[in-house]
Design a protein around this ligand. Sequence first.
Ligand code: HEC
Length: 119
Amino acid sequence: MSVHGRPLASSVLLVLAALPAGLGAAEPKLTARQEQGQALYRSTCLHCHGERVWGTFTLGRRLGANNALLENRTDLVRPYVEAVIRKGVGSMPPYRRTELSDAEVEAIADYLSRNTRAQ
Ligand code: HEC
Protein backbone atom coordinates (compact mmCIF):
# COMPACT_ATOMS: atom_id res chain seq x y z
CA MET A 1 0.00 0.00 0.00
CA SER A 2 1.26 3.50 -0.72
CA VAL A 3 0.30 7.12 -0.15
CA HIS A 4 1.15 9.50 -3.00
CA GLY A 5 3.53 6.93 -4.39
CA ARG A 6 5.52 6.62 -1.15
CA PRO A 7 5.26 3.38 0.82
CA LEU A 8 2.93 3.88 3.81
CA ALA A 9 5.42 2.76 6.47
CA SER A 10 7.98 5.43 5.53
CA SER A 11 5.25 8.12 5.50
CA VAL A 12 4.33 7.17 9.05
CA LEU A 13 7.98 7.31 10.12
CA LEU A 14 8.36 10.77 8.60
CA VAL A 15 5.33 12.02 10.55
CA LEU A 16 6.65 10.52 13.81
CA ALA A 17 10.09 12.01 13.25
CA ALA A 18 8.52 15.46 12.80
CA LEU A 19 6.88 15.36 16.27
CA PRO A 20 8.83 16.95 19.15
CA ALA A 21 10.04 14.28 21.58
CA GLY A 22 7.54 13.55 24.37
CA LEU A 23 4.59 15.30 22.76
CA GLY A 24 2.74 12.07 22.08
CA ALA A 25 3.13 10.95 25.68
CA ALA A 26 1.85 14.22 27.19
CA GLU A 27 -1.32 14.50 25.07
CA PRO A 28 -2.36 11.03 23.96
CA LYS A 29 -4.24 11.00 20.68
CA LEU A 30 -8.01 10.89 21.11
CA THR A 31 -9.93 7.85 19.95
CA ALA A 32 -12.60 8.40 17.29
CA ARG A 33 -15.30 8.26 19.97
CA GLN A 34 -13.46 10.75 22.20
CA GLU A 35 -13.13 13.09 19.24
CA GLN A 36 -16.88 12.85 18.67
CA GLY A 37 -17.39 13.52 22.40
CA GLN A 38 -15.07 16.52 22.27
CA ALA A 39 -17.03 18.04 19.38
CA LEU A 40 -20.35 17.43 21.17
CA TYR A 41 -18.95 18.80 24.41
CA ARG A 42 -17.84 21.98 22.67
CA SER A 43 -21.19 22.51 20.94
CA THR A 44 -23.42 21.47 23.88
CA CYS A 45 -21.63 22.05 27.18
CA LEU A 46 -18.88 24.60 26.69
CA HIS A 47 -21.08 27.69 26.96
CA CYS A 48 -21.54 26.75 30.65
CA HIS A 49 -18.28 24.86 31.24
CA GLY A 50 -15.72 26.95 29.36
CA GLU A 51 -13.27 29.38 30.99
CA ARG A 52 -14.87 31.99 33.25
CA VAL A 53 -18.50 31.01 32.76
CA TRP A 54 -21.30 29.86 35.07
CA GLY A 55 -20.77 26.09 35.41
CA THR A 56 -17.03 26.56 35.82
CA PHE A 57 -17.54 29.21 38.55
CA THR A 58 -20.06 27.03 40.37
CA LEU A 59 -17.78 23.97 40.31
CA GLY A 60 -14.82 26.13 41.37
CA ARG A 61 -16.77 27.29 44.43
CA ARG A 62 -17.87 23.75 45.32
CA LEU A 63 -14.75 21.74 44.42
CA GLY A 64 -11.87 24.24 44.21
CA ALA A 65 -10.19 26.00 41.28
CA ASN A 66 -8.31 22.86 40.15
CA ASN A 67 -11.58 21.01 39.59
CA ALA A 68 -13.51 23.82 37.95
CA LEU A 69 -12.77 23.08 34.28
CA LEU A 70 -14.29 19.71 33.37
CA GLU A 71 -11.96 19.16 30.40
CA ASN A 72 -8.91 19.23 32.70
CA ARG A 73 -10.27 16.86 35.35
CA THR A 74 -8.51 13.57 36.10
CA ASP A 75 -11.15 12.14 38.45
CA LEU A 76 -14.30 11.97 36.30
CA VAL A 77 -15.54 8.44 35.61
CA ARG A 78 -17.92 7.58 32.76
CA PRO A 79 -20.96 6.48 34.82
CA TYR A 80 -20.85 9.71 36.84
CA VAL A 81 -20.69 11.94 33.77
CA GLU A 82 -23.52 9.98 32.12
CA ALA A 83 -25.69 10.26 35.25
CA VAL A 84 -25.09 14.02 35.53
CA ILE A 85 -26.01 14.54 31.86
CA ARG A 86 -29.24 12.50 32.17
CA LYS A 87 -30.32 13.68 35.64
CA GLY A 88 -28.75 17.13 35.90
CA VAL A 89 -27.03 18.31 39.09
CA GLY A 90 -27.77 21.40 41.19
CA SER A 91 -28.60 24.12 38.70
CA MET A 92 -27.46 22.13 35.64
CA PRO A 93 -30.43 20.94 33.57
CA PRO A 94 -30.82 17.26 32.56
CA TYR A 95 -30.64 16.19 28.88
CA ARG A 96 -33.35 13.96 27.42
CA ARG A 97 -32.75 11.29 24.76
CA THR A 98 -34.32 13.57 22.16
CA GLU A 99 -31.60 16.14 22.90
CA LEU A 100 -28.60 13.80 23.22
CA SER A 101 -28.76 10.11 22.24
CA ASP A 102 -27.25 7.42 24.46
CA ALA A 103 -24.36 7.07 22.02
CA GLU A 104 -23.71 10.82 22.19
CA VAL A 105 -23.81 10.82 26.00
CA GLU A 106 -21.36 7.88 26.02
CA ALA A 107 -19.03 9.72 23.65
CA ILE A 108 -19.02 12.83 25.86
CA ALA A 109 -18.43 10.70 28.97
CA ASP A 110 -15.59 8.93 27.17
CA TYR A 111 -14.01 12.28 26.33
CA LEU A 112 -14.33 13.79 29.84
CA SER A 113 -12.98 10.63 31.52
CA ARG A 114 -10.03 10.22 29.12
CA ASN A 115 -7.50 11.38 31.75
CA THR A 116 -8.94 9.30 34.58
CA ARG A 117 -6.89 6.19 35.31
CA ALA A 118 -8.96 3.76 37.36
CA GLN A 119 -12.52 3.18 36.18
C1 HEC B 1 -26.92 25.72 31.50
C2 HEC B 1 -25.52 25.55 31.91
C3 HEC B 1 -24.93 24.16 31.81
C4 HEC B 1 -24.85 23.34 30.70
C5 HEC B 1 -25.35 23.63 29.30
C6 HEC B 1 -24.13 22.17 31.12
N1 HEC B 1 -23.81 22.23 32.44
FE1 HEC B 1 -22.80 20.83 33.52
N2 HEC B 1 -23.01 21.96 35.19
C7 HEC B 1 -23.58 23.23 35.23
C8 HEC B 1 -23.49 23.72 36.60
C9 HEC B 1 -23.99 25.09 37.07
C10 HEC B 1 -22.89 22.70 37.36
C11 HEC B 1 -22.58 22.71 38.85
C12 HEC B 1 -23.83 22.28 39.58
C13 HEC B 1 -23.65 22.34 41.07
O1 HEC B 1 -22.61 21.89 41.55
O2 HEC B 1 -24.57 22.83 41.72
C14 HEC B 1 -22.59 21.60 36.43
C15 HEC B 1 -21.98 20.41 36.82
C16 HEC B 1 -21.58 19.42 35.94
C17 HEC B 1 -20.88 18.21 36.32
C18 HEC B 1 -20.53 17.77 37.73
C19 HEC B 1 -19.06 17.83 38.01
C20 HEC B 1 -18.75 17.35 39.40
O3 HEC B 1 -17.55 17.15 39.68
O4 HEC B 1 -19.66 17.14 40.22
C21 HEC B 1 -20.65 17.51 35.17
C22 HEC B 1 -19.94 16.17 35.02
C23 HEC B 1 -21.21 18.29 34.08
N3 HEC B 1 -21.76 19.43 34.59
C24 HEC B 1 -21.16 17.90 32.77
C25 HEC B 1 -21.81 18.58 31.74
C26 HEC B 1 -21.86 18.12 30.39
C27 HEC B 1 -21.17 16.87 29.88
C28 HEC B 1 -22.63 19.00 29.69
C29 HEC B 1 -23.04 18.93 28.23
C30 HEC B 1 -23.77 17.75 27.83
C31 HEC B 1 -23.04 20.04 30.61
N4 HEC B 1 -22.53 19.75 31.84
C32 HEC B 1 -23.83 21.13 30.26
C33 HEC B 1 -24.12 23.92 34.18
C34 HEC B 1 -24.27 23.45 32.90
